[in-house]
Design a protein around this ligand. Structure first.
Ligand SMILES: *Cc1c(COP(=O)(O)O)cnc(C)c1O
Length: 401
């Protein structure tokens, strides 16, 4: 408390964020997560900005599975995994995830952020090369920074640039090379071209790693992920992902792959060795979620129907979206102040969504991002579309019909 300049410096930086429109206020919900939420002022809003793809976050069946695990295993372990923090439910979840993803073994983390943060340093050193997509998630970027390997960056989803970087790493005589990409990029809903990435990996003798946080549970015919969507199950070396989005929505992450990799991470990965075990009720609920989506594609089918419907109708009204098939739908408004005004007007009209502008997305690419869920009803989507139409006309984004 003897350095007042420190605190005034922080206040100044916070004020700058506010004047630049970059300050992020937090929305306070007074209800559980779902297709509809209640804000702390009592207003009911249709929620279009959660990663609740399968609608399981506030779902009663998920909750009951968590309650059953809570009854059986207790609240927590007060330990890291290797001391006394591993229960049968954790081992069972690791086995089920491996079977689901088509891998040999899986290691659980408290978050996907930790899975990515603790992945690279134990596996690669200065003799190796990490070739990473420019738009990869912050946790991948941080994980790579913690590792001594040489870093090569390729332009987002640009296979020609990826090949150039692979060649550069080869020319530099690097021992092991690994291509690293999000399976799905969350700002644009872009799906990584894993078939072409695997082909390039084979050509250059490189490993592959994908982060499936926006894919596990609903991408591909049976929801296994982007590798299923692209027809390359069994051909990806390392898969990381979260239990905090489609697969239940509480928290937790994982890394999955060959036995040697997972065993090495159990011995050496710092967020695993020095952080608490995943709460058993989350492990239990995640098991129930995996069982449920393995038995039926109903939730996934509903999500994709909702996505197709929304993408078609929002374009029919006259909005521009980034083309694609993913439940992340960027509705392009281009101009940052327009995107801000639009999101605020949608909030008044009872729709919760988020606006993104520079520096989160490139200059001139401001947007609101819609995320569909299996939990949305057709009636809710029609209300959202009507609100888009009204706000769009008021702000002169679309023409009156
Ligand atoms: C959300 C996300 C994460 C972080 O997941 P947590 O489990 O919440 O830490 C990591 N990678 C990607 C690509 C994500 O979208």
């Amino acid at each position: 408390m003897s350095d007042p300049a420190f605190y005034s410096g922080l206040r100044q930086k916070l004020d700058t964020l506010k004047t630049e429109g970059l300050f992020k206020p937090e929305r306070v919900l007074a209800s559980r997560q779902g297709a509809e939420v209640v804000a702390d002022d009592g207003r009911t809003l249709i929620n279009m900005c959660a990663n609740n793809y399968l609608g399981l976050s506030g779902d009663l069946e998920t909750q009951k599975a968590a309650e059953a695990a809570l009854q059986k295993y207790g609240y927590g372990l007060s330990s890291v995994r290797f001391i006394c923090g591993t229960q049968t439910v954790h081992k069972e979840l690791e086995r089920k995830l491996s079977a689901f993803l088509g891998t040999e073994d899986t290691i659980l983390y408290a978050a996907a952020f930790d899975a990515n943060g603790g992945l690279f340093e134990p596996l690669f050193d200065e003799n190796d090369a990490i070739i990473s997509d420019a738009l990869n998630h912050a946790s991948i970027i941080d994980g790579i920074r913690l590792c001594k390997a040489a870093r090569y960056r390729y332009a987002n989803n640009d296979m020609a640039d990826l090949e150039q970087q692979l060649q550069a790493a080869t020319d530099a005589g690097k021992r092991h090379k690994i291509i690293v990409t999000d399976g799905v990029f969350s700002m644009d809903g872009t799906i990584a071209q894993l078939d072409r990435i695997v082909a390039l990996a084979e050509k250059y003798g490189a490993l592959t790693m994908i982060d499936e946080s926006h894919a596990s549970g609903f991408m591909g015919k049976t929801g296994r992920g982007t590798h299923e969507h692209c027809g390359v199950i069994g051909k990806i070396d390392i898969i990381t992902g979260t239990l905090g989005k489609a697969l239940g929505g509480a928290m937790g992450g994982f890394t999955s792959g060959r036995k040697e990799v997972i065993e090495t991470l159990r011995q050496k990965s710092r967020p695993y060795l020095f952080s608490n075990t995943l709460a058993p009720m989350i492990a239990g609920a995640s098991l129930a979620v995996l069982d449920r989506i393995s038995k039926s594609t109903e939730l996934r089918d509903r999500l994709h129907e909702n996505t197709a419907y929304f993408r078609r109708e929002i374009e029919r009204i006259g909005f521009t979206i980034k083309p694609g098939t993913h439940p992340v739908v960027p509705v392009m408004l281009f101009d940052a102040p327009v995107a801000q005004k639009f999101a605020a007007r949608m909030f008044e009209l009872g729709v919760l969504l988020s606006g993104f502008f520079y520096p989160v997305v490139p200059m001139g690419q401001a947007r609101v991002r819609v995320q569909l869920s299996a939990a949305h009803t057709r009636e809710q989507l029609d209300k959202v579309l009507a609100a888009f139409e009204q706000a769009g006309r008021e702000l002169g984004i679309i023409q009156a019909a």
